[in-house]
Design a protein around this ligand. Structure first.
Ligand SMILES: O=C(O)CCC(=O)C(=O)O
Length: 264
């Protein structure tokens, strides 16, 4: 599915962008479902446009959205990068507001363990209007660790260890239009700047099959964090009822370890 050059690009720089990967009519359905799930979680309240609205397990809640897990275009790419026994984590759906400061995702937590995020931006986003910016190659040590002080941008008051603000950090903008798909290694440092106050975006998250106790423990840590978040939303589970039982053989295979670990 991926060419040798794409795999080489990903291994070296830590990201890939697939242009016009989904057709406009597909994106129209996907956008409608995303809005439905996000609106339902507002429980009749208007969206504030002041802070991010995030629904964990968003993709698992929409019939068209959940189909993405088994779609050749997603499944094939993830299988190429993580092997056939890759594992599902969960998804999030968002209305993002404003800037996102520099950070790696969970891939920064356990060096060497491979986690991938796929992001759909459902509004056009450019360098200064909220597209994802990445620092190419920052998923690899020692470069990854040398950027750790970027996290100080989030302190109150912020500290700028390289003498430049977040927007001035040397980075590559993954500008995108609806239908494009962005994929990155979760240890890659990323951020966004200048975004509007209701940027639609959702993510799909996968890991390589765990091969050590530490890697299984990372899954449990992520799950515990997700469950804690759900409890703040008066939910007592991460995955909607029926998610583990539904779908076809592809979904069954990627959730099998979650079932075995007793996640719900
Ligand atoms: O699009 C954004 O503003 C940030 C996305 C992001 O940081 C993430 O999904 O991890």
């Amino acid at each position: 599915m991926l060419t040798a050059e794409q795999k080489n690009f990903y291994a070296t720089f830590g990201f890939l962008v697939f242009r016009e990967y989904f057709a406009p009519d597909e994106i129209a359905v996907i956008r409608r479902e995303l809005d439905e799930v996000l609106e339902a979680a507002l429980h009749g309240q208007p969206f504030s446009h002041e802070k991010r609205h995030m629904v964990l397990g968003c993709v698992e809640r929409g019939p068209r959205l959940v189909g993405l897990l088994e779609d050749d275009r997603i499944h094939g790419v993830i299988e190429d990068l993580l092997g056939p026994d890759f594992v599902w984590i969960t998804s999030d759906g968002n209305y993002y507001v404003g800037d996102t400061q520099w950070h790696p995702d969970a891939g920064g937590l356990l060096p060497g363990y491979h986690l991938i995020k796929i992001a759909f931006y459902l509004d056009p986003v450019r360098q200064d209007s909220g597209c994802l910016r990445v620092i190419p190659g920052s998923h690899r040590e020692p470069f990854h660790g040398s950027l750790r002080s970027l996290a100080q941008h989030r302190e109150d008051p912020p500290v700028y260890p390289f003498g430049v603000s977040g927007g001035q950090v040397p980075a590559f903008p993954l500008e995108s239009n609806p239908g494009d798909v962005v994929l990155f290694h979760q240890a890659l440092w990323h951020a966004s700047f200048g975004g509007g106050n209701q940027r639609r975006m959702f993510t799909l998250n996968f890991t390589a099959p765990p091969t050590s106790d530490e890697e299984v423990a990372l899954h449990r840590r992520l799950y515990d964090g997700h469950l804690r978040h759900q409890r703040t939303q008066a939910l007592d589970r991460v995955y909607p009822p029926g998610f583990f039982e539904g779908g076809g053989p592809r979904r069954q295979r990627m959730v099998r370890p979650l079932v075995a670990w007793g996640f719900r």
